[in-house]
Ligand binder design. Structure first.
Ligand code: ADP
Length: 422
């Protein structure tokens, strides 16, 4: 099918989040990990390309994004979405603004909007200022982010040093008046030569007005929530037919495994809860360093194939610090990721077809090990965490990739039952 909207996301779990929100509509959504190396084939109405460009050098980010754009243009897309984090993660060099300008030049458009608001997750924009819950961005924990510390909350001021053309604002007073008022404001700004327009949004209703006003713009930029109303708008415009889930995807064998490399607070709860009802094996990074994952692999081989076990490196902060002090932070992470990757392959080879993976970096490592470069998006388990469908070594598999604090305490059990019910 011709692609209606080509999306470029600056990181992997951000891409999954966007794909999941688009798929809420029932439309077919496909996610590619990295810019595909082969020409478009068998494309979906919504194609999302996941890059790792958020903190890459500006030139590298622009290069990757332009390559992604070119592939999406080849798949027939005429409208594009540049997705970045709802906390506008960037520095005064970029990469949000410079990538937007490069995409605008390649697409041949003279104006775009910036709306990272995600009200469902507490991200709102008022008078150009971004809030995280009740805190202005620059007073939120993002002020201390190791790579992109956000020390200003005003998106107009944040964007200005990143771009060469003028930046303007459409504030909530205009947005609340609805799509026609937004269209008129955009036109007024365009007449004044404003290429980059920050748009306020504090509620889903605002995002609906903005998406409706901007649905035919060649390039939209923002968080995943801005894209959510687009499938319904395309249906109303008659360019997208409502679709039904591919029946094949529901018949994926039931054998499952949970792999967790996330040490976030919510994941720790989820692991503890799941361990009460299924067999579990804890990975110790220090033992992995000397002996590799042989004990875990032997344990896995001794489990009934339908036991849906969990293998996890998830640990309390003091244990993580102890491992990091002995091995170094990067090395500790690599060892755990490598072990979980090997375990994923072993599980697949013994017939496991459903993989629940916790951790953003961990998900990247496991999908790479399984040779997964494309995912079809299915039912949502928790906001921003869908089941996805792919192939590994010729087998149809289902994967869910959960970053740190997503999902509720019973997420792992819930994930398995969502797939059974769908
Ligand atoms: P999250 O989404 O919660 O941030 P990630 O998978 O992105 O999870 O990051 C967690 C990192 O911590 C991974 O690199 C993982 O390999 C590493 N890790 C997991 N368990 C441990 C542990 N017990 N000690 C040290 N590092 C660990």
């Amino acid at each position: 099918m011709t692609t209606l909207l080509g999306c470029i996301a600056d990181d992997f779990t951000g891409a999954t989040d966007l794909a999941g929100l688009l798929a809420r509509s029932g439309a077919e959504v496909s996610l590619r990990i990295g810019v595909p190396t082969t020409p478009p084939k068998d494309t979906a109405a919504f194609e999302v390309i996941a890059l790792k460009s958020r903190t890459a050098p500006v030139d590298a980010a622009i290069f990757e994004c332009r390559a992604a754009l070119s592939w999406l243009q080849d798949s027939g897309a005429k409208r594009f979405f540049w997705k970045y984090c709802s906390t506008f993660d960037s520095t005064s060099e970029g990469n949000i603004g410079p990538v937007s300008e490069a995409l605008m030049a390649d697409i041949g458009t003279s104006q775009t909007i910036y709306c990272p608001a995600f009200p469902e997750n507490g991200r709102s924009i008022f008078m150009g200022n971004l809030f995280v819950g009740q805190q202005p961005l620059a007073e939120s924990p993002m002020k201390d982010h190791p790579l992109t510390p956000m020390r200003d909350s005003n998106l107009v001021r944040l964007l200005e040093p990143q771009v060469t053309q003028n930046v303007g604002l459409i504030d909530r007073l205009t947005v609340a008046q609805g799509p026609d008022a937004i269209v008129a404001a955009l036109k007024k700004l365009a007449d004044r030569g404003v290429a980059h327009v920050v748009v306020d949004a504090v509620a889903d209703e605002d995002l609906k007005h903005i998406a409706s006003a901007c649905r035919t713009m060649p390039l939209l930029t923002g968080g995943s929530a801005l894209a959510m109303p687009l499938p319904a708008l395309y249906e109303q415009a008659g360019i997208l037919q409502a679709q039904t889930e591919d029946a094949d995807r529901q018949s994926i064998a039931k054998e499952a495994i949970i792999l967790s490399g996330s040490c976030s607070e919510m994941t720790r709860e989820q692991v503890a809860q799941y361990c009460q009802k299924a067999p579990g094996f804890r990975l110790d990074p220090l033992e992995l360093e000397t002996k590799g994952p042989s004990a875990a692999l032997a344990w896995l081989a001794s489990q009934p194939v339908d036991a849906a076990p969990i293998i996890y490196a998830t640990a309390e902060p003091e244990d993580v610090r102890a491992a990091q002090d002995k091995l170094g932070t990067a090395r500790a992470g690599e060892i755990v990721e490598a072990a979980l990757s090997q375990i994923a392959i072993a599980a697949r080879d013994r017939g496991v077809r459903r993989f629940v993976v916790a951790g953003g970096e961990t998900s990247g490592a496991v999908t790479k090990a399984l040779g997964v470069d494309r995912l079809h998006i299915g039912a949502e388990i928790a906001p921003g965490v869908p089941w996805t469908f792919s192939e590994s070594a010729g087998h149809a598999i289902a994967l869910t990739l959960k970053s740190g604090n997503f999902g509720a305490e019973d997420f792992f059990g819930q994930a398995l039952s969502v797939l059974d019910a769908s």
